[in-house]
Structure formats: C-alpha cells, structure tokens
Design a protein around this ligand. Structure first.
Ligand code: URA
Length: 233
C-alpha cells in the first residue's frame, strides 16, 4: 500500500489533504518524517500523524523449524499433530508455511505471517535452492545424475522439472538440490530412475542451513533482516 492511501483513510481525510499532510512533514514512518506520498507501507509499518500513531505495526514473524518425521506441515489437522502444535508463541495462529514437507520428511521448514516473504521464497522465478539428503531402497544408478540434470516431464502438471543437482554420497544416499518445489517432487524424481526414497531430510533453503544444534521438534525465530537475507543467494 502507498502511504497516502493510509493517511487518506484516517478520519476520512481524503487523498488531497493526505498529500498535503505528507508533503508538509506531518507524517512519520518508523519514526522518520516521510514526504513522499507513494512511500510503500504494509501492516508491519508504524505510521504516525502529528506525533500520534495511526497505524500500530503488527508483529512480523519469521520462524525456522526442524520438523521431525511424523508431523504434518499444516496449520490444523483433526488427526495428526502439526508443525503449529510444536510452536509456543502467542501469535502462532497467524503463521503459514513457506514450503511444506511430506509427513514422513524431516528437516528445515519456514513459517511466517508475512505473505510477501513467503511468496518470494516460493516464487518459481526466484528459483530459491532447497537441499535434501536422500536415502533410497535401491542403489542409486550413476546415470541418475544426468537424468536429474536434464529434468523429468511431469504429466499431471505438464511441466519438465528444472535442472537439479544430484550428488551421490553412497550406494543408497545422495544430496539433491532443487530450484523449485513441486508436489512429492523428490519421491517422483527417484521413481523415474526406478528407485524409492526411504528417508528424506531438508538441509537448507536458500542461504539458510538447518543449524546443527536445532534438534528435531525445535524452532527458532529469525529477525526480519536474517529472514530476507535467505533470499539473497
Ligand atoms: N519432495 C518430496 O517428495 N517430499 C518432500 O517432503 C519434499 C520434497
């Protein structure tokens, strides 16, 4: 939203008076006078007019969690415990998940109430890398590396997966980097090379790696600067 819109709405001041109020230095954004009517603001911005706060900022939340296996990446569920159940914060009901994991998958999950951030994280065009540690039922064939790099055609979505980097770590273990997040993507890709995923763990998203001391079931808040820095790869 632009600053003039919020000011105009305040006491039904109207757009013209809002422009005047802003231009004459009566408006502060986060404590600093702003004279540009088009200054962008959102619900997390503190805005004051003539020294009185007219928009109290909402608390922006950015959380990382080490999701254990067996916990659902959902905000509510009638049967299974969800990632929200593991969080102890008064505003946890405002959170949504920025990129789900299957119930059987463990690892890094990000949660927020800032839709701009989650949208950027998940936007196809930003290709934020996600790194997974994979264990398989069968030995991983060497030619799977080239197949993952070429991509697989997914009939249901009518897309070809983006080039993915597969690094074979052991007979049945690999590290996989994806630049998108499609439904059951890792499992479906391994299925295409006649294999089956037996264990899946997300190690990182963008520049954020799951900290070694964050135990399964644990979570930690990120400040806004750290959260946005995840996207700067
Ligand atoms: N791909 C999958 O198949 N499952 C996940 O949980 C994440 C990526």
């Amino acid at each position: 939203m632009k600053l003039d819109r919020l000011i105009a709405r305040h006491e039904a001041m109207g757009r013209q008076s809002a422009h005047l109020a802003i231009a004459s230095g009566r408006v502060r954004v986060e404590g600093t006078v702003v004279t540009d009517s088009h200054h962008p603001i959102d619900r997390f911005t503190c805005v004051a007019l003539d020294g009185a706060v007219i928009q109290q900022p909402e608390r922006a939340l950015y959380l990382m969690m080490h999701k254990p296996e067996g916990i659902l990446s959902a905000t509510k569920d009638a049967t299974h415990p969800t990632v929200i159940d593991l969080i102890d914060d008064q505003d946890k009901h405002t959170l949504h998940i920025a990129g789900r994991l299957d119930r059987s998958t463990s690892g890094l999950v990000l949660l927020t109430n800032d839709g701009r951030w989650s949208k950027r994280l998940m936007a196809a065009e930003h290709k934020v890398p996600k790194v997974y540690l994979v264990e398989t039922l069968e030995p991983i064939a060497l030619d799977a590396v080239a197949a993952f790099a070429r991509g697989f055609y997914f009939h249901t979505e009518d897309i070809t997966t983006l080039p993915a980097e597969l690094v074979i770590l052991g007979e049945r273990q690999a590290r996989l980097t994806l630049h998108e997040g499609r439904y059951h993507q890792v499992k479906r890709m391994f299925h295409r090379v006649n294999n089956r995923v037996t264990r899946l763990h997300r190690e990182s998203i963008g520049s954020l790696a799951l900290p070694a001391d964050l135990k399964a079931g644990g979570w930690r808040g990120l400040d806004a600067a750290a959260a946005w820095a995840i996207l700067a790869l």
